[in-house]
Each structure stands twice: as structure tokens, then as C-alpha cells.
Write a new protein. Structure first.
Length: 305
């Protein structure tokens, strides 16, 4: 998949394309329907499918106090575009200048002028341009447009907002169902207090690189992608009251890990399910006993997948 950031260097050699456009945070199952529709239409026309998205949530410019935390990183979203068959992705900087563009300017200067759109595919609730003038009806009068209905799962419409609610409440299994894949937390392994090592459960402490929605404090079953392979993981998120923690941490105990240092490495955790909420313990022996139970439960969950 070809990826462009911004439009200045665009010099596309294909004469036309089917374009799907949206914020696409997390690329959930509703987004996937939009992208798959564009890819199918493009294959029928024997032209490329191009995804157009933004480098940040539009609310970051239009209403900063209401900008939601992200579900996934831009890198993860780009990988999903490629997996779904998109030929090229254009990532536009959503800045003040772009936010002021009229729907006509956006359509004619960017979608048609730069990206060679001959057809547009959007979600049912998407509109482009200042004041959201570019609705599906407006677009349909100017360019062939397909508006894809919302996707429902277990009687509920899938949306980025609902997925954030599921993640924040620890309902990871429901979030994963809506995403169509596991929710991921990715970070760099940094040095911690090394208390886990003293307790017999050495952990990888993660430092994240962007503002991502985080699950409620507690223990989760996960699978970790590391530079040396994939491992089951007991993931703990929280304040660590049993050891008088003063800041929220993300710590992963990797099952059957050979023991090589991971400091400075990037690891990505696929969350499978919630195990238990964070709790305090009367002493370290009680904490260790609970951690033994957590690891055993995580093994059972991962083995059952």
C-alpha cells in the first residue's frame, strides 16, 4: 500500500480512483464495511481504491476540549487499510486551514483535483467541508456517491464512541467484537521500580506515545508481540495500591518469556479479556498468591482462544 502524508507531493499517474473518506479511528467493523465497499467498487471499475483520512481527530481543531482519546495509532490504522485491500492512503493534516475549506473546495481541489476521485464512498453519518455541507445527498449531486449504512452488532450500532465506552469500562471482549480484532496497547519498554522481579513476576513496563483510550484499572489476559516472538501476558493497569504506587502504570508479565532484556523495545499487547479489578492486599504474600491465580487464569483464557 502507498501512503501519502498531505497533498503537496501527490502526482498520481492513474486517471481515476474510488475514494473512501472518514476519520476512521480504530477502523472498526462499520469502517471496514465502508472500506470494503470502496475496494469492491474499485475492482469492478479496474481502478485503485484510495482511502483519505486525517492525522488527528477533527475535534482537535474544532472543539479541543471535546476531542476523544484515540482507539488506535495511525500506524495501526494504516496497517488495517492495507489488510483490507486499499491501494493508497492519503493522510491529510487536519489543521485550521483545512477546517475552513468549503465542501466544494474539498471535493474539487483535493478529492477530484489531487486524488482523481471518480466515485466516493462514505459512512452514513459522514459529511465534509466547513459546516458539514458535503452530505451524501450533496455529494451525490456532484459525483457518484455510495453511503454505506451503519453496521449493527448484537442489535447495537457499532461506533467509535461505543468502543471507547467498552474499553474504558473494561468490557474488552465487547470492544473486540465491535473492532473485529483485539484492542491493542503499544508502547516502549522502560525501566520501572523492578518490584515485580522481587516478587517473582518480572514485568515489562510500557510507556505509550499517544493519547489512547485506556481500560479501567485491573488485570487483563493479553498476547504480547515482542522482537523475539509472541507470548501470553498477564497485563496489569493501575495505581498498584498494594505497593504504594503513586502513578498509573501499564505492566505486562510475559508467560514463558526466555528472559532477554526488552528495555527500549516496542511491544504491542492484544487484550483478550478482563480478569479482575485492581485491588489492595494486606501483605505481599497475599499479593503473590493472587498473582499466581491471575497467571493461571490468563493461561486458561489464552489456551481457550
Amino acid at each position: 500500500m502507498i501512503t501519502h502524508f498531505g497533498t503537496p507531493r501527490l502526482a498520481l499517474e492513474w486517471p481515476s480512483s474510488v475514494v473512501c473518506i472518514g476519520t476512521f479511528d480504530g477502523i472498526h467493523r462499520g469502517h471496514q464495511r465502508v472500506i470494503e465497499t470502496a475496494v469492491a467498487r474499485a475492482r469492478e471499475a479496474e481502478i485503485p481504491a484510495v482511502a483519505v483520512t486525517f492525522d488527528r481527530h477533527p475535534a482537535a481543531i474544532l472543539a479541543p476540549s471535546r476531542r476523544p482519546p484515540y482507539i488506535a495509532s495511525l500506524e495501526e490504522d494504516l496497517a488495517e487499510f492495507a489488510r483490507l485491500g486499499v491501494a493508497a492512503t492519503v493522510v491529510l493534516p487536519f489543521n485550521a486551514s483545512l477546517s475552513r475549506m468549503s465542501a466544494s473546495e474539498f471535493l474539487n481541489e483535493i478529492l477530484i483535483g489531487k486524488i482523481r476521485a471518480s466515485e466516493v464512498v462514505i459512512g452514513h453519518d459522514f459529511a465534509l467541508g466547513n459546516g458539514r455541507e458535503g452530505t451524501s445527498e450533496w455529494l451525490g449531486q456532484r459525483i457518484p456517491t455510495t453511503s454505506v449504512p451503519g453496521f449493527e452488532w448484537l442489535g447495537e450500532r457499532v461506533s467509535s464512541s461505543r468502543i471507547r465506552e467498552f474499553v474504558a469500562s473494561g468490557e474488552i471482549s465487547r470492544a473486540n467484537e465491535c473492532l473485529g480484532r483485539p484492542f491493542r496497547v503499544t508502547g516502549v519498554v522502560v525501566s520501572g521500580q523492578k518490584l515485580g522481579r522481587q516478587l517473582g513476576f518480572p514485568t515489562a513496563n510500557l510507556a505509550r506515545a499517544f493519547d489512547q483510550i485506556m481500560p479501567r484499572d485491573g488485570v487483563y489476559a493479553a498476547v504480547a508481540d515482542t522482537p523475539v516472538g509472541r507470548f501470553g501476558a498477564a497485563l496489569a493497569i493501575g495505581m498498584r495500591p498494594a505497593v504504594q504506587g503513586t502513578s498509573r502504570t501499564i505492566e505486562a508479565f510475559l508467560l514463558d518469556y526466555p528472559g532477554d532484556s526488552l528495555y527500549g523495545s516496542v511491544i504491542s499487547l492484544e487484550l483478550m479479556s478482563f480478569v479482575r479489578p485492581e485491588a489492595n492486599f494486606p501483605n505481599l504474600d497475599a499479593l503473590i498468591a493472587q498473582m499466581d491465580q491471575d497467571v493461571a487464569q490468563v493461561r486458561q483464557i489464552i489456551d481457550s482462544q
